[in-house]
Write a protein that binds this ligand. Structure first.
Ligand code: NI
Length: 387
């Protein structure tokens, strides 16, 4: 079964919502205008409940089916944008300076609104569908905030599903995998304190630049010499700050970066090794080191049964050859991971076609993907909640 006729009919209207959202991007938890837009639409569709302010600025709409009692299935979209200055040149480009929907969350929100409209019209399922619109996916853990606010219990959500667009994957195709699909993320800041001095008298100083350089080099051995080659780990130093003059050895320098992993034990091993390397190298040179290490989003882990369901539903929309069921995991992070820790479910990628990459100033969500995404959401709900 291809795209639903009704989803195709709704494409222009949904693309209109998407472009409205695109013009007014908001960051993190400050998605007040976006959340108000979502809540107003959900009410106009006749959702049985529309609750705002979950996880600060999240919104949930509940739609009850007409085929009897049953579980509630959660479908989730994200609403927040990025602190990027838009360079698409599109007529509906951002009107909020320095803010941009560069990850397609405008498209995710619009597609889930479209599915909500359809599901509220047809109600051809048992139980209920909870459409979940979360703030602060881009680093603020809005998904966790909604879970901690009791969303799963409040709406009786038994399974939860997420979707993200993927540039490079053709429009009309889907991709997923069971198990880890996106990485756990951690950020670190390493401060190396030496002893400043004259550049021409290094023997009277402890040069934190030399110590920091050795740390950067040695951190490469976490991937190459600590972790099993069959496992995945990324350790990237993205900042190296220190020094102001040609002739002064600075007192201290600061390094920072990120660690990405797909397994808890690998995350733990990488963290321990990073601490040991820093302490050992600093100690060898008589420098001191302090480390701030923040473990952020956990691994986005797709549950086996729900991944099969999601893949099968995607295949009914796209055709079997258009669904990639065993893609490689992506080493980016995703805070839908918290919802998948709370309830079984699956995260799927939808093709965005040949566009600029996510988080790029020239990126734009592809409106041609809308009927595919809406059809997926609708059929997923109806299949998971078949009477
Ligand atoms: Ni995103």
């Amino acid at each position: 079964m291809p795209i639903l006729n009704r989803a195709a009919e709704l494409q222009d209207e949904i693309a209109g919502w998407r472009r409205t959202l695109h013009q007014t991007p908001e960051l993190n938890y400050d998605v007040h205008q976006t959340a108000a837009f979502v809540a107003e639409k959900l009410k106009s569709f006749g959702c049985d409940e529309v609750v705002s302010g979950i996880g600060r600025t999240g919104v949930v709409g509940l739609i009850r089916g007409t085929l009897g009692a049953g579980a509630t299935v959660g479908l989730r979209a994200d609403m927040d944008a990025l602190p990027i200055t838009e360079a698409t040149g599109k007529p509906y480009a951002s009107t909020n300076p320095g803010k941009m929907h560069a990850c397609g969350h405008d498209g995710h929100t619009a597609m889930l609104l479209g599915a909500a409209k359809y599901l509220a019209e047809t109600r051809n399922f048992a139980g209920a569908v909870a459409v979940i619109f979360q703030p602060a996916e881009e680093g603020g853990a809005g998904g966790l905030a909604m879970v901690e606010d009791g969303m799963m219990d409040r709406f009786g959500i038994a399974q939860v599903f997420g979707m993200h667009n993927m540039p490079g994957l053709p429009v009309g195709q889907f991709a997923l995998r069971p198990g880890p699909i996106m990485a756990a993320t951690a950020e670190f800041t390493i401060t190396v304190k030496g002893k400043g001095g004259h550049a021409a008298m290094p023997h009277r100083a402890i040069d934190p630049i030399v110590v920091g350089s050795q740390i950067v080099t040695a951190l490469q051995t976490i991937a190459s010499r600590t972790i099993d080659p069959i496992d995945s780990v990324v350790v990237t130093v993205t900042k190296f700050h220190g020094g102001d003059a040609y002739n002064v050895i600075p007192e201290q320098i600061e390094l920072a970066g990120t660690v990405r992993t797909l397994k808890k034990e690998v995350a733990q091993a990488a963290r321990e090794r990073l601490h040991a390397i820093c302490a050992g190298i600093a100690g060898a040179h008589g420098a001191s080191v302090t480390i701030d290490y923040d473990s952020n989003y956990p691994v986005t882990f797709n549950h086996a049964e729900e991944t099969v369901l999601a893949g099968n539903v995607a295949a009914t929309i796209a055709g079997d050859g258009q669904v990639h069921r065993e893609i490689q995991p992506v080493m980016g992070g995703e805070d839908f991971s918290y919802m998948l820790e709370a309830r079984p479910g699956a995260f799927i990628f939808i093709g965005n076609g040949d566009t600029a990459n996510l988080h790029h100033p020239a990126y734009d969500f592809n409106d041609e993907a809308i009927p595919h995404g809406v059809s997926y959401w609708v059929r997923l709900a109806e299949t998971a909640l078949a009477a």
